[in-house]
Ligand binder design. Structure first.
Ligand code: ADP
Ligand code: SF4
Ligand code: MG
Length: 333
């Protein structure tokens, strides 16, 4: 990473989904999927976003591109057109920015129309965002993109079911690249693939990042997947961010008790490392409809004390530049 230029600033982002009940469908509660998260994304980096299932990772991605309408907060995007809070835009005003931010999903097959050819699937965003392009230019663009993701031109007229899981993810990546985006949010793009295929898709994404100067938010539930690809890692728990720092720091020297526990659950390449201080989490993640008061992690935290029930800890900056949401931990000297 050569610059510290920001691409995105997420500030105080909240997504509280209403729960309705009773005969009058009144709002009886809220799922606090995101409870005020803050982070920046730096140009050219890969920010790995990790945490157990249900902690709000997909909702973060979906709120950034407005597939969900957040309850509160700001999503400031640094576009070539200038700096803009995406949450203040209406649908029409949002469209040009949507072409600059694309999303890749865990299961690209479910978002592909089985009756559309690969040509139609990849060129669909071009029809929406570049209506001035003629058919020949669109076809050329699709052939170019297929080549870039390691598929053949003659596969353009085939249908999604004719491809393997890894190839379908390559088609999903080609579609995301079609509008020449600046930022790609990849939501568990390799979680459904075999381990051998995972590495191929991650390597492809890293090559494309370098060639096209892309910035990634890369979502995964475990730290081992993001370690290799990420410049920085952000760890989420129950709708909050608990630790954010350089990938190497977070992976090798975690400070938040939840990050430590998440790493204890990750098989280590070095068996000696595995012996040191394993933290096994007790109990399940509480429901986001009924979050504990204060620190959301306190019901499972080995360091919890009475004051942890009072106020939700904010992310604070440590000397090394990493941030942690717990007042009781420090970095090892
Ligand atoms: N549309 C929705 N309506 C109500 N609750 C939702 C909706 N989408 C997600 N949730 C809830 O928000 C929480 C976070 O979900 P999600 O962002 O999908 O987590 P993750 O991607 O980390 O597994 C979960 O409890 C989930 O059930
Ligand atoms: S604030 Fe308290 S409960 Fe939360 S992580 Fe720190 S010690 Fe644990
Ligand atoms: Mg998810």
């Amino acid at each position: 990473m050569q610059t510290k230029e920001k691409v995105l600033e997420v500030k105080g982002l909240k997504m509280h989904f209403p729960i309705t009940g009773g005969v009058f469908s009144r709002v009886v509660g809220h799922v606090k999927a995101l409870d005020g998260i803050n982070f920046d994304v730096i140009k050219g980096e890969t920010l790995g976003l990790v945490g157990e299932s249900g902690c709000g990772k997909s909702t973060t991605g979906r709120c950034i591109i407005r597939l969900n309408e957040p309850t509160a907060g700001q999503v400031i995007f640094h576009s070539e057109r200038g700096k803009v809070d995406l949450l203040e835009l209406d649908r029409d005003a949002m469209r040009p920015y949507r072409s600059e931010i694309q999303m890749i999903f865990q299961d690209p097959y479910s978002s592909m129309n089985p009756r559309m050819t690969v040509m139609d699937i990849i060129s669909e965003p071009l029809l929406i965002h570049c209506p001035e392009m003629n058919q020949k230019a669109r076809e050329d663009a699709v052939h170019y993109l297929l080549d870039k993701v390691g598929l053949r031109k003659d596969q353009a007229m085939r249908y999604p079911h004719e491809f393997s899981g890894g190839q379908r993810q390559r088609i999903g990546i080609a579609r995301a690249l079609s509008t020449n985006p600046k930022l790609i949010i990849a939501d568990e793009p390799v979680s459904a693939l075999d381990v051998s295929v995972q590495a191929q898709v991650i390597n492809l994404m890293m090559d494309l990042q370098e060639e096209f100067g892309l910035t990634y938010i890369f979502i995964a539930h475990g730290l081992s997947v993001v370690k290799h690809i990420s410049s920085r890692i952000a760890v989420m728990y129950l709708g909050n961010m608990v630790e954010l720092g350089d990938a190497e720091q977070v992976y090798n020297h975690p400070v938040h008790p939840y990050t430590k526990a998440l790493l204890s659950a990750t098989p280590m390449a070095d068996p000696r490392a595995e012996k040191k201080q394993r933290i096994i989490l007790q109990g399940d993640v509480p429901s986001p409809t009924n979050k504990p008061s204060g620190c959301g992690f306190r019901t499972r935290c080995p360091l919890a004390q009475a004051s942890c029930a009072e106020a939700a800890p904010e992310l604070r900056l440590l000397a090394s530049g990493r941030k942690v949401a717990c007042p009781f931990v420090e970095e090892a000297e």
